[in-house]
Design a protein around this ligand. Structure first.
Ligand SMILES: Cc1cc2nc3c(=O)[nH]c(=O)nc-3n(C[C@H](O)[C@H](O)[C@H](O)COP(=O)(O)O)c2cc1C
Length: 310
């Protein structure tokens, strides 16, 4: 059930820092924020081209570039994606980009040049190509920001991978990772509060935070982020707890809510939004999907020695 009175799971906005920044790039990076509201202005071709060039120039393992970007401008397709993702603003962005891991192109190159190829059977290659694809996407985001555009990633395409693959004609070896909405912002989005450098950077080795230090760090990230306690929310959170950890844990969770008088952001995240009882469901479907895309790295590999390859 959609609970519209709940504060956003995207977190708490923070006033953008005032600088001064040592240069424009640092200002852009330190003030960045996702944008979910776009004007109707199209993105001029030369601007889009430049932004995509920044993606093509991203770092990539071995300089292999196992990434493709599908540009979507067709209103019907944008509407379809907005509906499937259940996020209406997606349909209003002038350009959508689907970033895909792409081993099809490299495989075909290998075939044409008679080179050996096993990348789609290799976890190593998959892992690095996932990173390559996200790094390319992030270069595009930063370039978009620099050109006065706004952007937001959309991860929910994973809920309809198979249909998306079909709609986009993705061949074997191509795997859709993330969608990016691009357009001119209706208003400058406000940056969200984040854990600070103190919390996320460790010196030389991992340093486990003390409990109070950890609670304080999250409290500073979500100041005043109070989810009101309602009967419905208590029922839902208790149900999630029961399903995942049993009755005694559900009682402890409700007791904690009673003691503190609030549903804390982490109880909200995993008890009500990204429900701990739902998120691991369908794992096997995702594995099957990866397989259907032509990847077999989770299976034991044995070489095809018939001389012809696949
Ligand atoms: C992989 C990924 C998937 C995301 N999916 C969505 C999404 O489906 N819908 C959405 O509105 N925002 C989505 N976001 C944006 C995050 O919600 C956003 O980055 C986060 O709330 C922090 O806000 P900020 O980007 O303004 O700092 C996604 C971000 C990432 C990196």
């Amino acid at each position: 059930m959609i609970d519209r009175d709940m504060p956003s799971h995207h977190g708490v906005t923070a006033p953008p820092g005032e600088g001064p920044y040592p240069n424009e790039t640092m200002g852009l990076l330190l003030k960045r924020a996702s944008c979910r509201s776009f004007t109707e202005d199209d993105i001029p071709t030369d601007v889009l081209q430049l932004v995509l060039e920044a993606g093509a120039r991203a770092a990539t393992g071995g300089n292999l570039q196992p990434t493709s970007i599908i540009q979507i401008k067709d209103p019907a397709m944008k509407e379809w994606l907005a509906r499937k993702c259940e996020q209406a603003f997606i349909g209003k962005a002038p350009v959508l980009l689907v970033f895909c891991i792409d081993w099809w192109r490299l495989k075909r190159w290998a075939e044409l040049e008679v080179a050996p190829f096993s990348a789609t059977q290799s976890f190593r290659h998959f892992w690095i190509s996932f990173q390559d694809t996200m790094i390319c996407a992030q270069n595009v985001c930063t370039a978009a920001d620099a050109m006065g555009l706004g952007s937001v990633y959309i991860g929910t395409i994973l809920e309809f991978f198979a249909e998306l693959r079909e709609r986009l004609d993705l061949p074997q070896g191509v795997f859709p990772v993330v969608l990016l909405c691009l357009g001119y912002p209706r208003q400058k989005p406000q940056p969200r509060k984040k854990l600070g450098v103190d919390a996320i950077v460790h010196s030389e080795r991992y340093h486990k935070m003390e409990d109070q230090e950890l609670l304080d760090a999250f409290e500073a990230k979500y100041p005043g982020h109070v989810v009101q306690v309602t009967e419905q929310r208590l029922v839902e959170i208790a149900e999630t707890c029961r399903e995942v950890h049993g009755q005694a844990f559900a009682r402890r969770c409700l007791q904690r809510i009673e003691e503190t008088g609030r549903i804390s952001p982490v109880q909200r995240y995993f008890g009500l939004h990204y429900r701990a009882s739902e998120m691991p469901r369908g794992n096997e479907d995702y594995v099957r999907h990866i397989q259907e895309c032509g990847f077999h790295w989770f299976e034991k590999w044995s070489p095809a020695l018939d001389g012809e390859g696949e």
